[in-house]
Design a protein around this ligand. Structure first.
Ligand code: AMP
Ligand code: ZN
Length: 137
């Protein structure tokens, strides 16, 4: 746990997040600045700077990546997902606690060009979206 790390503080519950999944090694929550509707981050519970530091890092988030991808397909009707992890400031990393973006993709905005063409409505009603994703079946 690093006191000055945003994601360590989220994992510890010191900063609120809209958590959608967790296990003993990792946590997943809605990204506060989503590119597409239902954009989530999967982060290891322990502080690792990025996905290049240890192979273990990816093992710790693997179940979360699968679970969140299934969740957004089932609950939001995503037709696919992009898994993306930025390692290093030059790659666009802004939070230096390893995380993998799970970005749901929809039929009306396909392809790689659609990934970077952010959906301006994706940040609307994050609380409603969260309730929908976490409602018991
Ligand atoms: P990166 O640029 O790969 O480091 O991505 C950092 C991500 O963290 C961005 O997509 C932000 O929108 C997201 N983010 C920043 N602060 C929060 C927060 N408090 N809760 C959820 N996501 C956040
Ligand atoms: Zn951290």
């Amino acid at each position: 746990m690093s006191d000055d790390c945003l994601f360590c503080r989220i994992v510890a519950g010191q900063i609120p997040s809209r958590q959608v999944w967790s296990d003993d090694q990792a946590v997943a929550f809605l990204d506060i600045g989503p590119w597409q509707r239902g954009h989530c981050l999967v982060v290891p519970r322990r502080h690792l700077v990025d996905g290049t530091s240890q192979a273990d890092a990816w093992r710790e988030v693997a179940d979360g990546l699968t679970a969140v991808a299934r969740l957004v397909r089932q609950r939001l009707g995503a037709a696919g997902v992009n898994f993306l992890s930025n390692a290093g400031a030059v790659a666009g990393q802004e939070v230096f606690h390893f995380h993998v973006h799970v970005i749901p993709r929809y039929e009306d905005n396909p392809g790689m060009s659609g990934l970077v063409r952010r959906d301006p409505t994706a940040a609307q009603d994050l609380d409603g979206l969260w309730a929908h994703l976490t409602a018991l079946e």
